[in-house]
Write a new protein. Structure first.
Length: 163
């Protein structure tokens, strides 16, 4: 669990739903990330009935699914979960880089909180450590970051204009 210095836990969005987009590739890892994200949402008072879990083939497909979810206007926040493990080819850099770039673009284009829970590791062991093992659960942290960002965005858009 990530700790935000001297700040209260993020509030659950009062309205709307949360979409959790999950890569099927490396599902042994992403399933655990999903468990962490769902636990965070429950801990913050978001009922399972307000959470849509959307499975995509791989991390590369997360941005297009996030774009479609964001454009629907149904969601107060998105959480993207994936796992890219370095191999022997440059495939790792392309997939991880495009997933990060695409998800960031969705967040900016729609002014929507997008929690980034895409692991980029050297090995399956490192991934498992970050999916509920010794290094915590980055799915939980991604959901927490999405909620915190949604809270900040709500504060910014409801603030009275300043002189």
């Amino acid at each position: 669990m990530a700790e935000f210095p001297s700040s209260p836990p993020p509030r659950a969005p009062r309205e709307g739903r949360v979409a959790v987009l999950v890569s099927r590739y490396n599902e042994i890892v992403t399933g655990r990330l999903l468990d962490g994200a769902r636990q965070c949402l429950r801990d913050r008072g978001i009922a399972d009935t307000r959470v849509d879990v959307i499975w995509v083939p791989g991390a590369f497909e997360l941005p297009v699914a996030a774009e479609t979810a964001a454009a629907s206007g149904r969601y107060a926040a998105l959480v993207a979960l994936g796992c890219v493990i370095r191999g022997e080819t440059p495939h790792f850099e392309y997939v991880a880089g495009e997933a990060a770039r695409g998800l960031g673009s969705v967040a900016l284009a729609h002014r929507l909180a997008v929690g980034f829970g895409v692991l980029t590791t050297e090995s399956l062991e490192q991934a498992m450590a970050r999916a509920g093992g010794a290094a915590g659960n980055k799915g939980y942290e991604a959901a927490e970051a999405a909620l915190a960002t949604a809270d900040v965005l709500a504060q910014l858009t409801s603030a009275a204009p300043r002189d």
